[in-house]
Design a binder for this molecule. Structure first.
Ligand SMILES: Cc1cc2nc3c(=O)[nH]c(=O)nc-3n(C[C@H](O)[C@H](O)[C@H](O)COP(=O)(O)O)c2cc1C
Ligand code: SF4
Ligand code: SF4
Length: 249
């Protein structure tokens, strides 16, 4: 079973490719989170977790969901991290906080460089550049899937510097991962897509406009999925075109 969390579509896309090539089910953690579904995950084939890297770790919302979820059936698990430049030591945290409590056998981890989706905190590349990055990522994802199909372990990658995961990650959550700076422009038509896309159920539509409620993980699904490009985040997003991976496996 391939399970994934995705804000701007990269991990969803990678997960769908892997599921297609392994002939396995593809389960959206976003959907489970939205529905508060904490039922056990059961699989005859090895589990594959695909998730983005947020400052050297997987998103807190994913850590928390997984901690509360029972894994049944096959006890092997692969990890695939999508990131914009480096996964840092994300895997160490998985080992420490997740594998130890789940009694799952790790089958290794690989990262895939994909376009930056964090418009609230980073510069988004041009559409052409993002297409180029995706074209380069695709063979890498297929190669990872081929290893999984064979039942082999993924080869070890050299992890990046630990300060990102140990120092920058808590700082990022404490100082940057807030939703107070979200606002909508006059382009908003009150369609509710942002509320529908939010895995934290953090947005409600009130008087025809979205309202954010203080429980955000900065996945950027609301900004990226808005059909009218009507959401801004402080000054960081002004003049930037949100990135959203809509490719299909
Ligand atoms: C809050 C946040 C923090 C991020 N931190 C990192 C990082 O530390 N290193 C990195 O290479 N990419 C980082 N990124 C980029 C994402 O990992 C990358 O765009 C990923 O493919 C997004 O996956 P998704 O489209 O499935 O949400 C970050 C993105 C967000 C939203
Ligand atoms: S998705 Fe965009 S247009 Fe639709 S309600 Fe949200 S902000 Fe408004
Ligand atoms: S409010 Fe937006 S950025 Fe925050 S968790 Fe929801 S969809 Fe993601």
């Amino acid at each position: 079973m391939v399970i994934y969390f995705s804000g701007t579509g990269n991990s969803r896309y990678a997960a769908e490719i892997i599921a297609k090539e392994t002939g396995d089910d593809c389960v959206s953690l976003n959907k489970r989170m939205k529905e508060g579904d904490l039922s056990p995950l059961s699989s005859t084939k090895p589990f594959v977790l695909v998730a983005p890297v947020y400052a050297g770790r997987i998103p807190k919302i994913v850590e928390e969901h997984i901690e509360k979820t029972q894994f049944l059936g096959n006890n092997k698990i692969y990890f695939v991290f999508t990131c914009a430049s480096t996964p840092w030591i994300t895997y160490k945290y998985i080992e420490k906080e997740f594998l130890s409590v789940k009694a799952l056998e790790p089958m290794g981890w690989n990262s895939v460089i994909m376009p930056q989706g964090w418009i609230a905190g980073s510069k988004i590349a041009s559409r052409e550049e993002n297409d180029r990055i995706l074209d380069e990522a695709e063979p890498r994802i297929h190669a990872i899937a081929a290893v999984i199909v064979k039942g082999n372990k993924l080869s070890e990658e050299k992890p990046g510097k630990s300060w990102m995961s140990t120092i920058a990650n808590p700082m990022m959550y404490a100082m940057m991962v807030k939703d107070k700076k979200f606002y909508t422009t006059d382009a908003c038509i009150g369609c509710g897509t942002c509320a529908k896309n939010c895995p934290e159920n953090n947005i409600t539509i009130e008087n025809g406009k979205p309202v954010w409620h203080g429980n955000c993980t900065h996945c950027c699904a609301c900004i990226a999925g808005c059909p009218k490009q009507a959401i801004e985040y402080g000054k960081s997003t002004i003049g930037q075109v949100p990135y959203y991976n809509k490719r299909e496996a």
